[in-house]
Write a protein that binds this ligand. Structure first.
Ligand SMILES: Nc1nc2c(ncn2[C@@H]2O[C@H](COP(=O)(O)OP(=O)(O)OP(=O)(O)O)[C@@H](O)[C@H]2O)c(=O)[nH]1
Ligand SMILES: [Zn+2]
Length: 303
């Protein structure tokens, strides 16, 4: 008897927006405003959740289904969940304004550690005078095996759609990027009614004017999901252990195990295969510097 009752009141849905401790879940097209029990903030956009309905359009998140992936940032104080259950990460960069290699690499490292396939989108290829330099910089990542897709959202939207649609099909994707790269322009191309959806979501979450400060998920007609996240200025990776870090730099892989000391940290040790590769130009200096910086940061962890 009580078992039957439970089936009646428990819903299953997907978290499509998160703002502070307020979440919006999509249950077969119906939207529910959700909260967690207690002060938990361990829910991410993309999470599949079990809900207990409390009113017409409100529910409590009872349970988070096991995740296939979880992308997150962290500093020494807390973690910030970016998205759950995604299969692809798209980092939007552009010819202008200039993009930060530090943020691109941090995003790539986060994706590697989470087992998510990462791609770069080089937007604004119409800015012809800055294109060669941007290509050269993006080429560093292409050489590491990360696909780089060139588009111009503004001057050639049809081409951008033709490039991106097949990459999104059947996937759960997240778009991230620094402010000004054209991420919103691309999302609006891919999700024509994104503006309406954002207004609906912000009304439901009562976010007021801060419409661009929350992460949200859109469904594409084929059932694929695309998650738009707010622009960010920093990408802390305090949660990654030393072992995870060295493996998240894909170009280190051929050299791991080749160092004199089995517990080599690849910082200043003698006969370090990674340092030798840096000296020989086989590993980009800025990537190794970031690795050292991330090791330093994760050593600052308070707990
Ligand atoms: N030249 C050129 N400009 C573009 C292109 N795509 C977008 N822009 C312009 O770049 C600026 C930033 O675009 P947005 O789409 O707002 O960029 P965003 O990355 O979402 O930036 P935030 O909203 O600040 O996070 C706008 O002025 C766009 O019109 C492009 O392909 N070429
Ligand atoms: Zn080493």
């Amino acid at each position: 008897m009580s078992k039957d009752k439970k089936i009646d009141t428990t819903l299953s849905g997907t978290i499509i927006a998160a703002h502070g401790r307020h979440y919006l879940a999509d249950v077969n097209g119906e939207k529910f405003q959700c909260v967690t029990r207690g002060k938990k903030t361990n829910v991410a956009v993309g999470d599949v959740v079990h809900l207990v309905q409390t009113s017409n359009d409100q529910a409590v998140i009872e349970k988070i289904a096991e995740r296939t992936t979880l992308l997150y940032r962290s500093d020494q104080y807390k973690s910030k969940l970016l998205a759950a259950n995604i299969s692809r990460l798209f980092i939007v960069i552009a010819t202008e304004p200039g993009f930060a290699d530090d943020l691109v690499s941090r995003s790539l490292v986060a994706a590697e550690a989470a087992g998510i396939e990462a791609h770069l989108i080089l937007n604004k290829t119409d800015v012809a005078d800055l294109l060669p330099r941007a290509r050269e910089r993006a080429g560093v990542y292409a050489a590491l095996g990360y696909p780089v897709h060139e588009v111009s959202a503004r001057t050639n939207p049809e081409h951008a759609l033709a490039v991106l649609r097949p990459l999104l099909a059947g996937q759960s994707s997240i778009f991230i990027g620094q402010s000004g790269m054209g991420k919103s322009s691309l999302i609006n191309l891919l999700v024509p009614d994104a503006d309406i959806a954002v207004r609906e979501i912000s009304a439901a979450l009562d976010t007021g004017k801060h419409t661009t400060t929350f992460t949200r998920l859109y469904w594409l007609p084929d059932g694929a999901a695309i998650i738009d996240s707010p622009g960010f200025q920093e990408f802390g990776l305090y949660h990654l252990s030393e072992g995870m870090l060295e493996r998240a730099f894909v170009e280190f892989k051929p050299y791991l195990g080749g160092c004199k000391y089995y517990n080599c940290r690849h910082l200043a040790e003698p006969q370090c295969a990674v340092l030798t590769a840096v000296a020989e130009g086989k590993i980009a200096k800025h990537r190794h510097e970031l690795y050292a910086q991330l090791l330093h940061e994760s050593a600052q962890t308070l707990y």
